[in-house]
Ligand binder design. Structure first.
Ligand SMILES: C[S@@+](CC[C@H](N)C(=O)[O-])C[C@H]1O[C@@H](n2cnc3c(N)ncnc32)[C@H](O)[C@@H]1O
Length: 170
């Protein structure tokens, strides 16, 4: 895994793909649209010929997280082998928040953010799309992993054009 293969679409768990195929310091731009811990199911909805929504749909993914053996193992990996600051942060959050859904989500994201930092070039950029469910915890993880001085901006997206507008916050 010395050089990055380009024009390749990888399919599968991004943690395995990152670890297996993506070299250190090889990526200029990361854009993440990960699960948000929204506790919702997301479905692929089909439409009838006339454009109306069909009853048929496929569940695409479930954005609900629980403290399982996988979460426990991931937590253990982070606190024993992760970067020191991240290990301390996740250890402290685990001790205060406890072994619950948000912690399960956070360890899933943290282990992937560590890998994304490894593959990102020093000149690269990372954009993380999330919602307020876990954004404040994710900001802490990003600050520890990427250092606060590299943080540029929080952009808020207005989903509904009819709502009163609000501006991006620095
Ligand atoms: C918020 S959705 C983003 C969907 C996509 N950006 C779109 O607009 O259709 C999060 C996506 O991450 C996928 N996902 C969840 N865990 C993953 C993992 N470990 N590796 C790769 N993809 C994952 C889910 O299946 C889901 O499609």
């Amino acid at each position: 895994m010395d050089t990055l293969k380009t024009n390749v679409l990888y399919y599968g768990d991004n943690l395995e793909i990152l670890r297996k195929y993506i070299p250190d310091n090889s990526i200029d731009l990361v854009y993440l649209d990960p699960p948000f811990n929204s506790k919702k199911d997301y479905n692929i909805l089909f439409k009838e010929n006339g454009g109306v929504e069909s009853e048929a749909q496929i569940k695409a993914f479930t954005d609900t997280w629980h403290w399982t053996q996988t979460a426990e193992n991931t937590y253990h990996d982070i606190v024993t082998s992760g970067p020191l600051k991240i290990a301390q942060l996740i250890g402290a959050l685990h001790d205060t928040i406890g072994q619950n859904d948000v912690m399960a989500y956070l360890v899933m994201m943290t282990t992937r953010l560590i890998e994304l930092h490894r593959v990102l070039k020093p000149t690269g950029s990372l954009y993380l799309h999330c919602d307020p469910t876990a954004s404040h915890y994710l900001k802490l993880v990003l600050d520890m992993e990427f250092k606060t001085r590299h943080y540029i901006v929080l952009c808020e997206i207005r989903e509904n054009a009819n709502e009163a507008s609000y501006s991006a916050l620095g």
